[in-house]
Design a protein. Structure first.
Length: 179
């Protein structure tokens, strides 16, 4: 493909996809490698930013998505009213924060930090696709380990977990450590 048409092809694919697209899948669709497509994605993102276009290119881990620029959210909301934002409860936000900062983490470790049960919050976050099972801990009972997903990164508009603010969260009790 002609190099000048490559950004247009990427833009068209991302527009049609709507959801985040894995960079490796995008590269495969264009008969390229991830190393070859990454600078093109960076240039496309920079072009959108430089011109303050209505769209922007977001990267979430190993995924990329075409999205509207937040600056124009009020105008979009006025057109699409009544759009209900799916908000997270305080309990779900607390649970999600613990998982984000401590992953992979077990339910009992989350409950030790929060001081209350978190079954409903975990189920809700799993249903929203913000967390997922990451395996099982090699300890008594083999509890499920939870971690965040790329949908979590997308929901909060961050590229990697390293973009999270630095927090001082106390360590869980010793009872959950490996036997």
């Amino acid at each position: 493909m002609d190099a000048s048409k490559l950004p247009c092809a990427i833009e068209a694919i991302l527009f049609v996809a709507g959801e985040p697209v894995n960079v490796a899948d995008l590269a495969h669709a264009l008969d390229m490698t991830v190393a070859e497509i990454s600078p093109v994605l960076d240039a496309l993102r920079d072009e959108y930013d430089k011109n303050q276009r209505g769209l922007k290119l977001n990267r979430f881990g190993m995924s990329v998505q075409l999205a509207t620029r937040p600056d124009y959210a009020p105008q979009i909301e006025r057109l699409l009213q009544p759009v209900q934002k799916q908000s997270l409860s305080q309990a779900a936000m607390e649970t999600l924060s613990i998982i984000a900062y401590r992953q992979p983490v077990t339910k009992s470790e989350i409950e030790a930090v929060r001081g209350v049960k978190c079954d409903y919050s975990i189920t809700s976050l799993m249903n929203k696709g913000l967390i997922q099972e990451e395996g099982r801990r090699e300890s008594l009972g083999r509890p499920i380990l939870y971690g965040t997903t790329e949908a979590f990164l997308s929901h909060f508009g961050i590229e990697t977990l390293d973009d999270l603010p630095v927090l001082d969260i106390p360590q869980p009790p010793v009872e959950e450590q490996e036997v």
